[in-house]
Design a protein around this ligand. Structure first.
Ligand code: IMP
Length: 205
């Protein structure tokens, strides 16, 4: 394929979309948010894994719009909670939960758990669908850290004020966005994804 097509970002989370656009920006892809393209129904996230949900969030809008759609599913897996909240991260405290309520619930669930047992990982799974609904690329990235016992910092979103990067002694809520763009689960998934995307659009596909 010689001309790189416009890619629709299948996420309505503005902070997440902003991070994705910043990760893709240096590579010159033409990316547009789904909310700016069409008013289509939200995809039901009923997959059992991040990868299944990412594929669904890419495929369904791609078929509906006949466009290339890039989607990601991500979340927090806490070791002491057997991987919860996992794929339910966005709705941990209920269907209409916001970041504050999810974070409050996480702190309650981890009450009394000592620092050395509060290890956790953020996971990000990416999928790219072509306009026919075929998943053409998938990658995953992970970022390890520790859940602290009170929020620190206002950067990022979601669980970031509770997610400590031990090497920096700071949470993602405290660290500059540039650091998150290098270290995060999303950054790592895109570091793998971008070369594949470049190769895909440079080849005859
Ligand atoms: P999704 O939009 O269904 O993939 O849900 C992602 C949820 O996982 C978010 O609403 C957050 O609760 C959490 N999450 C994913 N990535 C991040 C991140 O980079 N920082 C903080 N929370 C995140």
């Amino acid at each position: 394929m010689t001309d790189t097509p416009q890619i629709v970002l299948g996420s309505r989370n503005r902070k997440k979309s902003g991070e994705i656009k910043e990760l893709l920006a240096p590579h010159g892809f033409d990316v547009v948010s789904i909310a700016d393209v069409a008013d289509i129904a939200e995809v039901v996230e009923d997959g059992e894994t991040f990868a299944e949900n990412a594929a669904k969030k890419a495929r369904e809008p791609a078929l509906e719009l006949s466009r290339w759609v890039l989607a990601e599913d991500s979340g927090l897996m806490v070791d002491a909670l057997d991987g919860r909240p996992g794929i339910y991260s966005a709705r941990y405290a209920g269907e209409n939960a916001d970041d504050q309520r999810n974070n409050d619930k996480l702190l309650v669930e981890l009450a009394g758990v000592p620092p050395e047992q509060r290890s956790a990982g953020y996971v990000c799974s990416i999928a790219l669908s072509d306009p026919d609904g075929q998943i053409r690329l998938t990658t995953e990235g992970c970022c390890r850290g520790r859940i602290i016992d009170r929020p620190r910092g206002t950067n990022g979103f979601g669980y970031d004020p509770l997610f400590l990067i031990p090497e920096y002694h700071r949470t993602f809520g405290e660290l500059d966005g540039a650091v998150k763009r290098r270290l995060s689960h999303r950054a790592r998934a895109f570091q793998r994804f971008i070369p594949l995307l470049v190769a895909l659009f440079r080849s005859d596909c």
